[in-house]
Every structure is written in structure tokens, then in C-alpha cells.
Write a protein that binds this ligand. Sequence first.
Ligand SMILES: O=C(O)CCC(=O)C(=O)O
Length: 275
Amino acid sequence: MSNFQLSPEQIKSYHNDGFIIIKNFLQKEEVNKLYVIATGDDTLRKHAFDLNDMSGKKTKLTLWYKPGNDAYSLLTRSHRMVDSVGRLLDGDTAVCHFHSKLMQKEPKVGGAWEWHQDYGYWYKNEFLFPDQMMSVMIAITEANKENGCLQVIKGSHKIGRIEHGFSGEQVGASQHYVDLALKIMQHVYVEIVPGDALFFHSNLLHRSEANLSENSRWSLISVYNRAANIPYNEPSGSSTVPIEVVPDEALLTWDTGELQDSNNFLEKEKDEALK
Ligand SMILES: O=C(O)CCC(=O)C(=O)O
């Protein structure tokens, strides 16, 4: 999708609902290239860790802070991503990359995520402005109800930050508030196909169920922040470094490949912060 630009209606939907889905955000060849690189990527595998859900099922993920010239980062740094995020975030300082993660929800074993707001995690990093933070999920494989696609509560970002407590190795939002939200707001299953993108606000309530299907559910989630939204308790430093934007064609035309150790990975055993 060359020269992509969000429409005023899409921007309005994001503010009303807390999310937008952009179909075919990536071309088929782009998502195929990402899939081929991701499934053979030794660095990705080396830095992957498991996160237990409440029932002990494991979700595998690899998280890095520093975008480089690997295939995932060329997408994260692409004009269409950074420009879209810049149109959705509050504020006017530079768009920065906080972190990206490759979610590897494997058949039969891939675990669930409890209802949470991402800002439920990031609040403890002492970011002050949730409207200046958001995530973009890119489907690398199909995501549907059977393999544990993301679920969201439409409009729940307007509630503001909800209290979070520990839930297994994850952080979960107060069930009482989730139940109240579900009384009046729509529960949406985000069923998407490879190349589709979901842009969502840091306070949008979301969850996913375990992957009980025969198929993997892989996705790339990149998190963005405004340069002025300084985290006072976040050691990586990445979230206030302006992104060096690359053209949309870079993913297909540049000589690119796997992640590098220089991407600065989160190692679960060394670091308590999971996001
Ligand atoms: O990929 C999923 O199933 C859920 C991921 C998620 O909720 C998150 O990373 O905040």
C-alpha cells in the first residue's frame, strides 16, 4: 500500500473507539517476506522467552527496544507506520519507538492474555501521558477466534487508567471494571489476515484466549511514544529517541534480514518489566 495516509474518518474512529483496523496495510509480498524471515530467524529464537498465563499455558515472545535495519524494523520505521501513528497520537513532538515484539502463539500451547490496558504496564514505567502512546499489531499469520485472536472492548480507552494487579506472570485489569465496561461497551474479536494492521490506544482494554487450534498465530506489535512523554522509570531509553524514518519500499527493496544482537532485547530473567 504505497503513499498510504489515514483518512479523517479513520482518525475519528480511532478517537471514538480506541482502535482502527486497516485491511491490507502490507502487500502480500511484504508479509510473505516477513514470515519467511521470522520463521528462520535464529536471533529471534535465541531471545524468545515464555510468559505463563493463569492456567500455565505459555506464550512465546521476543521483545527488542532498538530498531535497526532488520526486516521488522524497516516496517516499524516505515513512513506509512510513523506517519499514521503521528496522526493518531496526542501531542506534536517526534514519534519514537518504545519497543517491538514478535508474538509467537504456537498451536495447542500458546497461552491467553488477561484483560488489560497496555498503560496498566507502562504506568509503572512512569510515562505520564497515555494519549501519547499506542501499539500497532500486524498480522503475520491469520488471527481468528480459533487461534486466540485479540479481543477489545470498543471505546474502553475513554475510561482512563484502570487499577491493575498481577495475574500469573502478566498484569490484569480489575475484573470489576472490566465487567462494568462490558455492560455498556461492545466486545469485539479482531479477526484479521496476514498484512492487516490494528492500531490501538494504550488504554484500550484487550485480551486474547489460548491458541487451541492446529495453527500458529504470529504477529508483530510495535509500540510508539512521543518524544516529550518521558518515562521516569524505564531503563532502555528507546522511547524518547526520534525514529529515523525509511521509505515504505525499504522492506521489499533493501537488503534486509534477521534481527541483530544490537537490537537490545528484553531478557526475561534479567528484567522484571515485561513490556
Ligand atoms: O497477542 C496477544 O494475544 C495479546 C498481546 C497483548 O495483549 C499485548 O501484548 O498487550
